[in-house]
Design a protein around this ligand. Sequence first.
Ligand SMILES: [Zn+2]
Length: 490
Amino acid sequence: MPDPGLETDLITLGRRIRHLRTARGLTLDALGERVGSAPSLLSLVENGRREPRLGLLRSIADALGVPMSELLSPEPPSRRAALEIALDRAQRAPLFTTLGVPAVKPSQKLPMPVLEQLVGLHEELARREQLAIATPEEARRANTELRLEREARDNHYPQFEAIAEEMVTAAGYTGGALTHRTVARMAEQMGFTLLHVDDLPRSARSVTDLRNGRIYLPPASTPGGHGLRSLALQALAHRVLEHERPRSYGEFLRQRVEITYFAAACLAPQLVAVPFLQERKRERDLAVEDFRDAFGITHEAAAMRLTNLATHHLGIPLHFLRVGADGALFRGYANDGLPFPQDVTGAIEGQLICRRWAAREAFERRDRATEFYQYTDTPAGTFWCSTQTGSMSPAGGPDGGSGAFSITVGVPYAHAKWFRGRDTQVRRTSTCPDPACCQRPAPALAERWSGEAWPSGRMHQQILAALPRGAFPGVDDAEVYAFLDKHAPD
Ligand SMILES: [Zn+2]
């Protein structure tokens, strides 16, 4: 198999030769005579089916009166040639061969409109094929790949940290919580105005009007100011990080990870957050709640942000979990060896975690207002965890119906000494994935109830089931365009 890149270059080279030859009114025979080659060989070259020797190429350039570089330019010689090349390439792609329909020779006889339409159809077909790959299983694999990459890099991305630091500083940030005003200034410096509207398309969290330099966000009165700053920063991040329209579900997820990271790095900038955390570590009084309060972000955002900084700057490996009241893991990260349950694809989302872990034990407490601390002995060692429970406003949210969830940050035993709550007396043993740990009913209960119980199962909302359909995964194009049109200045 020839290298596809080379093959493409051969097609372009052939088209350039044909273009120059016909422009000079030469037939294949006439050119063949001038360069001393068989017309059939030249035809193969012009069709990109044969790589010409350097000597032949030199003779062709001479015969056509152009420098060699003119033949070798990667640019198609005309719009028509570009289309012919695109059609040729599409028909050689594996996707086309699986269709079982005959190929069309991209010859001069094809009218331009037909050529335009064929190429357009091929491009759309290829794009849909790319997106269709995102079955729930593919989405889970892409998600797992990203998580493993983040874990391997200790969830620290220096380039995003640097850009965020530079931008917040340029907008006048000096410390504490990043204000709405500063976020608006950051947008202004990039040529964008932030506008709050109450009719955002339901499928979008924010919409950016690139033409008029506007970023539309939900109403400013929405509870949870952190969410709005984060949304605005994420919308800006797409521009700052020069994102292109995602062509696969994996790309879509990666962009989401990147914009979330960028927003977090703006809301708790490294230049202030790291000295803060170092100080608390020295005092042996690290606590997610203090970090959260110092920067005015949510508990979950603070916990996630800690994973960006703790290993790289403080030398502390750690894990993060968001778990629903039903025990299903909604989001997880670990570079400290915590043994997450996984499905066959390696995905951890949606898996039920051990009942003995702090993330689930915390739901059993009567007083949920304060942090819950626990040591857990597992087959992978002892971990200390700090868990806070909360509830999510949207009913039927992703956290297993009730809307309640827990946020956990934990570390291996040796690192517990840096954290507030290390003196807890709560200690549990988990032997999961051993089914005898917590998944099997207690023998006495099983004996009493086996055959006597008939529960009606709740349908689980498929995690990561939001499949792409429009130009942007999961977003309704028609709704977005209509929205932009309605709000655009005249
Ligand atoms: Zn267990």
